[in-house]
Design a protein around this ligand. Sequence first.
Ligand SMILES: *Cc1c(COP(=O)(O)O)cnc(C)c1O
Length: 470
Amino acid sequence: MSTQQILEALQQLRAADLPTHGGRTLAYVYDSGVAEADELGRAALAMYGGTNGLDPTAFPSLLQMERDLVDFARPMFHGADAMVGTVTSGGTESILLAVKTARDAAAVEKPVIVVPDTIHAAFHKAAHYFGVERVSVPVDPVTFRADPAAIGVALEEYGDRVVLVAVSAPSYAHGVLDPVQEVADLTRPRGIRLHVDACIGGWVLPWTDDLPAWDFAVDGVTSISADLHKYAYTPKGVSLLLHADPGYRRAQFFASADWPGYTMLNSTVQSTKSGGPLAAAWAVVRYFGVDGYRRLTQEALAGTQAVTDGVAGIDHLRVVVQPDSTLVAIGADEALDVFTLSDLMLDRGWFVQPQMSFKEFPATLHVSLSAATAASVPDFLAALRDSVDAAVAAGPIEVDSALREAASAIDPATLDDVTFDALLQIAGLAGGNGEVAAPERMAPVNALLDVAPPAVREALLVAFLDRLSR
Ligand SMILES: *Cc1c(COP(=O)(O)O)cnc(C)c1O
C-alpha cells in the first residue's frame, strides 16, 4: 500500500470512534478547543516519538523536560523547594507507583491502604497488583465527600499496617473535593502517608477560588497525582506523580544489576518509554501557561455551572451533588433510566458516560466538561431535554427475568466459556464463532449489569473483553 492509502485506511478506522474534538464527547477526552495547541502537541509527539526515557543520560532532553514540568507544577500545588516529581504514562501509573512506593517504604507485613468508597478504581488495581489490602470506608451520604471519622475508625483498627491513605481532588464519579485537611490531621500524627488523587482536578483546581486547601499547602500531604492528558489538554500518555520531598519518592525507583545486560534503572513502571507524550505535554503547557489554563478553567467551570443550572430545570433529572470542579453526576427519577438516556444522547451526537449504581449511590450519567464544550452547553441541554422526553416515553428498562436469573446464578469465581455463551444466547448477543454481536443499544446491557452485584459485573465484563480481543 502507498503511504497515502495507509493514511486513508487509518482515517477510515477512526470513523467508528468517538470524536476527540468538538466538545461532544463528555468523558475519555478533553478538548481545549484551541486548534493551534492541538497541532503543536501532535508535532512535539511526532518529533520525540522515537526517543527513549529508559536512560536519562542518553536522552538528557527528556530529563530536562520532566524537570521543567515539575517546576511548573510546584507553585500550582504549593510544593516546597524540596518537592520532586516523575512523569508517568497516566493517572493509573502515577497511582500504582504511589501505592507501591508507600508499601515498599513502610516494609510492614500485610500492608493496608485506607480509601473512601469514591476513590478511583486505579487504587483497587494498585492494591491488587501489589498485594496490598484495600480498606474502603463509607463517604458522607449527603455530600459524597470522604468522611474523616470513618477513615479514623479504619486507622485505629488497622494500626501500623496502614501504609497509605488516599483521597480525591476531586472524585471522578461526583466531582467533589474530599476534606484533605481533616484527613491529614489524622494521618500526620500517626506518620502515615497521605496521597491526594488530583488526576482529574490537578489542572483545574489550582485556578479556582474559594476551595479549602487540598494540596501540599496542607501539612501531611505526601504525594499528589495530576494528569496532563486530561485538563492540561495534552495528547494521551502523560501524568505527574509529585512527592513532598525526595525521601518520600526514594522507594519508587527500581534498579537491577542482577543480570548480564545493562543495569536497569527505572523511575516508573515502564522501562523503555516514548518521549513523545512528555514532549507534547511540555509543549502544550508552555503554550498555554498559567494564564491560558486560568482562562480554560474559567470557561470549563462556567460551562459546568450552566449544565448544573440547566439540569436542575429539567423534569425527572437532578444533579446528584453540586460539583467543586468540572464533573457532573446526573441522576434520574423512576420515570426513566439513565442508560436509555445515554443511548438517546448518543443518537443526538453527545457521549455521556453511564455510571452504575453502587451501594447507596444511584446509577448516574457522568459529564466531564472541557473548555471546548462550554459554548455548546445550550445545544447539550436541548439534546438532553429531547432525550429525557423520549426516555420517559420509552419507560425504564425491565431486565428480562430469565436473563436476571441467569446472571444472578453466576459464580464470578468460576465463570467459564460455556456459561458465558449461554448468557450471550439469552441476551441475544451471541454472534458466530463464539463472538459477541454488537448490541443495537447499550441500555439493556447496562441495565442487566446494573442489577448484578459488582463481582458478577466484573466477571461478565472480563469475559466480554476476552471475547472482544480474541
Ligand atoms: C482519570 C483518573 C484516574 C486514572 O487515570 P488514567 O489516566 O485513566 O489512568 C485516577 N483518578 C482520577 C480521579 C481520575 O479521574
